[in-house]
Design a protein around this ligand. Structure first.
Ligand code: HSE
Length: 454
């Protein structure tokens, strides 16, 4: 245990750590872990030059040490005993890349409590248990890096915590899930359906065998919860984020969107209003000329609207072995600098004390106002369009435009509406009535339009 107290009441670090290289243990040797090992080796000299000491990979922990990987590691470093590594006083920094909530939470807390710095890419863990973990890191006075948890290699955490720490932000939004952006991009470019593109992406390894977190918006919601803490300084429980995925996005809606001058993207959106925070993840139509509309494939982009800076955008590889490994190794370097006493005063993980995080006041999704694209499959008969418009108008929904093309006497045709700004609650009520009409087939499709998400 540490004998002295450092600045801010944190325990001082033992002097001996300044005399040797910084020793790192990796827990969870998957694809990103292999990237981290490659970078620590390949850039070892440069890292040592920047740090004035070597960064040494001392242990690699995984439950499966037999699987073939992209890199080889000497047997002497390998173990499946995480607890022994966490208890080893010779380890300075623990990199947690195992994912999931448990035992990751327990291991991270154990590492922190035994005075080790921790670096993680685990957004699910931080979205669920961030307050507990950040508070533990603050109390122990250890370094804690989580740059890789949002936006892969894009340095958005540091940007919010440090570079833009002097500004106030009104909105943060963007494309933070590469898998769903890849699928939507392929659907838009090739006119294919969701299931077809997903199956291909799974075959080529671009999507996971179980794609739920990515395509149902859960991963994006985890990332948004973290971004909201950093941008607005409030704690946003996950269940306060209205979350919809991309499974119901149809090739037909993609085609209409393009015709109307829009792209459909899975956006994570948070806005700060006087009466509370609005936070949501859902497929969104954005103008084709918006820079976010050109974010293709597995790329990510995060946009901010800040009071002093105005609009800014951060773009890059949001996932993948080396981009994510870059963020991890950047955090390791920061922790190592800190351990060597060259990092200046240590920042708490969020850039401010976690105790100052108030619970967010949340604007209920029913009160959220947006323009909408609606596609309703309706009988091609006189009076049907008037009846639907009447139900929408009766609910206070103002129609900006209607498109109905083609004729199918005795059959149904798609009718596409664009609404003016509408309260979600009013829209849902009106759509339930529209759906109940005998002349309407199936469920109406509703996609929010954000002319400019800020
Ligand atoms: N599964 C994530 C994505 C990458 O598809 O963006 C890790 O955050």
């Amino acid at each position: 245990m540490r004998a002295e107290q450092g600045a801010r009441g944190a325990p001082a670090r033992p002097a001996r750590k300044a005399e040797r290289g910084v020793r790192v243990a990796l827990i969870g040797w998957g694809t990103i872990g292999s990237g981290v090992i490659q970078l620590l080796r390949g850039n070892g000299e440069a890292l040592a030059g920047r740090l004035g000491a070597s960064v040494e990979l001392a242990r690699v922990v995984d439950i499966d040490l037999e699987r073939r990987r992209e890199v080889r590691v000497p047997k002497s470093l390998l173990t499946n005993d995480a607890r022994a590594v966490l208890a080893d006083p010779e380890i300075d920094v623990v990199i947690e890349l195992m994912g999931g909530l448990e035992p990751a939470r327990t291991f991270v807390l154990e590492a922190i409590r035994s005075g080790k710095s921790v670096v993680t890419a685990n957004k699910a863990l931080l979205a669920h248990h961030g307050r507990e973990i950040f508070a533990a890191a603050e109390a122990a006075g250890v370094g804690f890096g989580f740059e890789a948890s949002v936006g892969g290699g894009i340095p958005i955490i540091r940007t919010l915590r440090e570079a833009l720490g002097g500004d106030r932000h009104r909105a943060i939004f963007g494309i933070v899930n590469g898998t769903s952006n890849y699928i939507l991009s392929a659907m838009a470019a090739e006119g294919r359906g969701f299931d077809d593109v997903l199956a291909d992406a799974q075959r080529t390894g671009l999507a996971e065998a179980n794609p739920t977190y990515d395509v149902d918006g859960i991963d994006a919601a985890h990332k948004l919860a973290l971004l909201v803490q950093l941008a607005f300084g409030v704690h946003l429980p996950l269940d306060a984020i209205h979350t919809e995925g991309i499974r119901h996005v149809d090739a037909e809606d993609m085609a209409y969107a393009r015709e109307l001058g829009y792209a459909i993207k899975l956006l994570a959106i948070a806005k700060r209003h006087d009466e509370g925070i609005e936070a949501r993840v859902h497929p969104t139509m954005i103008p084709l000329e918006d820079p976010l509309a050109s974010v293709q494939g597995a790329f990510n982009a995060v946009c901010l609207l800040s009071e002093a800076l105005g609009r800014s955008m951060y773009y890059g590889q949001g996932a993948g072995m080396m981009p994510t490994a870059t963020a991890v190794v950047g955090d390791v370097l920061d922790c190592a600098r800190d351990l060597r006493g060259r990092g200046g005063p240590r920042l708490p993980p969020l850039g401010f004390p976690v105790a100052s995080l108030a619970r967010a006041r949340v604007r209920p999704i029913g009160d959220v106002v947006s323009e909408y694209y609606l596609r309703i499959q309706a009988a091609d008969r006189p009076g049907v369009l008037g009846r639907i418009s009447g139900l929408l108008g009766g609910a206070g929904i103002s129609i900006a435009s209607v498109v109905q093309r083609g004729r199918k006497s005795g059959g149904t045709v798609p009718v596409v509406f664009r609404t003016h700004e509408t309260r979600e609650r009013d829209l849902r009520r009106a759509l339930a009535r529209v759906e109940a009409l005998p002349t309407v087939q199936g469920k109406p499709v509703a996609i929010r339009i954000e002319e400019s998400p800020i």
